[in-house]
Design a protein around this ligand. Sequence first.
Ligand code: TRP
Ligand code: SF4
Length: 404
Amino acid sequence: MNQIEARRRVVSGMRPTGRLHLGHFHGVLKNWVKLQHEYECLFFVADWHALTTHYEDPEVIEDNVWQMVIDWLAAGVNPGSASLFIQSRIPEHAELHLLLSMITPLSWVERVPNYKDTTARTNDRDLATYGFLGYPVLQSADILAYQAGHVPVGADQVPHVEITREIARRFNHIFGKETDFEALAEEAIKQLGRRNAKMYRELRREYLEQGIQESLEKAQALIYDQQKTSLGNRDRLLGYLEGGGKIILPEPQVLLTDTSVVPGMDGQKMSKSYNNTIALREDPDKVTQNIKTMITDPARARRADPGNPDVCPVYTLHKIYSDDATKNWVREGCTSAGIGCIDCKRPLIEKVLEEQQPMRDRARQYEEDPALVKSIVAEGCENARSIVRTTLENVRSAMGLDYR
Ligand code: TRP
Ligand code: SF4
């Protein structure tokens, strides 16, 4: 793979905490399926992250790992387009976590909102552990090990990508310094050849003097296009563009999924902890039953009472699943008591079942053949490993660990 592709690399992970549901599908998986056609994608099971909170019941993790991979495949993640792997099979994540922890200020991890909220909210187990505090540093290692350009996650994960960017910046600042950086960068420019060197200098000046973002991006593309430039020189040229030292770990961007939160059967956010979910590979009868008993506008106690779709979680589902004509039919019928809630739910049930049918079909071959799932993961691990090996070589060398 060339370096342009590397720059367009996408990495994301999910903790194996149970069967995936419609909330995961509309919140994250749909996005993964789309991205796999546009980028080089790596998706992994964050089993170490699961252990940071569930260290007392590790026996459930194994089954969850394989079931989650089947859920991904069922949702349409294609192992021909994306690499699927397991975090704990790539020990470089742990090594990078350790190395990044050397330069991560305590205050940065302590102020991550998920850490503060979860430790305050959780009283059934002790999360005042070293491992849980390090959660965002491990996540940073997951991302930076692949030098990923983009991280598709839900809104709750934005602070984690933010700290990843800060850690990368600090790492580059500390370890990207070379005493003769400027001279080495100038030498690297000369090696680009006359035409490219001239273009690089012009774009760099435009960016540094006038802050033109487009010039920065053009110059970066120019550098990634150079097949003959060594990795060291590439990092120097990238770093010199922005005025500083070498960029060893590039800063990733968040790719937010823009779907609204999927409501659960009780009207709260769909979540395993509220026990209000519809699983991706749910039995059709169970899906029908769940939606039939789903909570509606509480003010609409009787069939003859008009309702208000804007406060009804069923209508929130319609916004995800139904076309304008159906939504208008609901609004009209609900506010005039022209339709009952069961009528209202019928087209929704149909849509959900229709969405899930191909998932059940795709899942079948994997459910019947666990070895197939394992071989997909083995292949994904291999690909992941070949990428992180290079990153770790650069990191070790930048940190002065390349003596033998
Ligand atoms: N913390 C993420 C979650 O709970 C999972 C995760 C771990 C992750 N490592 C990651 C997501 C790296 C994106 C990139 O959903
Ligand atoms: Fe909700 Fe539909 Fe019933 Fe109105 S008719 S209260 S939108 S379920």
